[in-house]
Design a protein. Sequence first.
Length: 236
Amino acid sequence: MRIQRALARAGVASRRHSEELIAAGRVTVNGHAAQIGQTVDAERDEIRVDGNLLRAPAEPVWIVLHKPAGVMTTRTDPRGRKTVFEYVDRVPGLTYVGRLDYMTEGLLLFTTDGQAANALMHPSGQVERTYVAIVQGDAPAAVVKARRGVQLEDGPVRPRNVSARAFATGRYEFEVTITEGRKREVRRLCKALGLHVERLIRVRFGPVELGSLPVGQSRALTQKEQQALAHVTEQR
């Protein structure tokens, strides 16, 4: 990982402040002055800040949940409704990465790496999210309109990819990939396109796919998935 991220993960400072520490010559790696953007191994390299040895942070926890419909993406709910934290193991510092609304199903990431979570959620990251909606309406025509971009009340939506497949009589699978995480964005997009959403599922977030994970079940991310996410967040 990059040196500024290693400092941030160890709780030394924010990434921006870490860059200031590095630029000021207060950080060394294996006895040499660190450079901003330098790649380090926090477990093997000797990293010091003002001469103090940096302790390697604990490996972050990453979990993917297949969120059911009718579950709140929050830690507690004053109305007593089920929350996503009832479906994952209790892990100190665990947080979700982006919300899914109450009736939306599908892939929800959790992690103890707050820096990575922020990088994945920040609009500047342009991290792709893919949704499949079961809809009624003229989905083929909606695809044409969506590809031109659709103006919503909080700004335009220009999907990276959008397609429609016949699902059942009078229904389609409307698949759309976006890079924003605005509130109820896909549902509002479908409404603007004249589509009635019966079911909405997020099937991909960045490099992580929902696959065949059953509804209400969770699993740890594979090493390959964690490496792919690290590559994404390292670019932020």
